[in-house]
Design a protein around this ligand. Sequence first.
Ligand SMILES: [Zn+2]
Length: 232
Amino acid sequence: MLCPICGFENSKFDTKCKSCGAFLQNQVYVLNLFETLGLLIFSPSVGFHRIILSRRKNFSILLALLFGIAVSFDIFYLAKVGEKFENLIFLIFNMIWFGAVLGILLVTLVSSVLKILLIKYKDVKFKDCFAMVSYSMFPLALSVFILLPSILAVFGIYYFTESPGPDKLNPVAFYIFYFVGWILKVCSLLLLLLGLKHVTGSFLKSLIHVFLSSISLFVLLNLLTEAIKTML
Ligand SMILES: [Zn+2]
């Protein structure tokens, strides 16, 4: 961002000119959850700009926890844990605590990878990456309130069992939920791509970063699924 007074080239996220101290843009102090999510949907670069400028990254921990619960739902499905738990309540209880821990770990891991990839952009700190990742994952985080309860309402514990599997019990419902789940995953990754594009200004670079983060997440989740299968 070019200073209007002295012409010094500042970064996109500076609020004051580094050379003469002139005002460049308003500092953001707090993030309003619904306002920020609205911005991410209708004007993603403005949304991510506010997230990075904000002093306090409100709700990013909460979004990371919810994202983790959505991921652990998938892991429990892939690991076919249904037979291992006495009832659905006990399974959900374990899924929630496991997911909450996992969410913080996953977002921390992806943010650390991004912080290293974005080493050139010194004004983008780790907490900015953390907030960017957790806010990008909001479509998956919101699935905890709508999609996952709908799946549980239709299939109950049989969503997590192998024989009969949910795809045999009610194929139509299963594939509709499956499709919606994938749309939410793609939307989350697309948002992360747009966030990185806002920071780097390069679509290709952002695509490579999102690809690398997705691959590391995919490998990690597969390892976790295998680990859970052997542990239970
Ligand atoms: Zn200046």
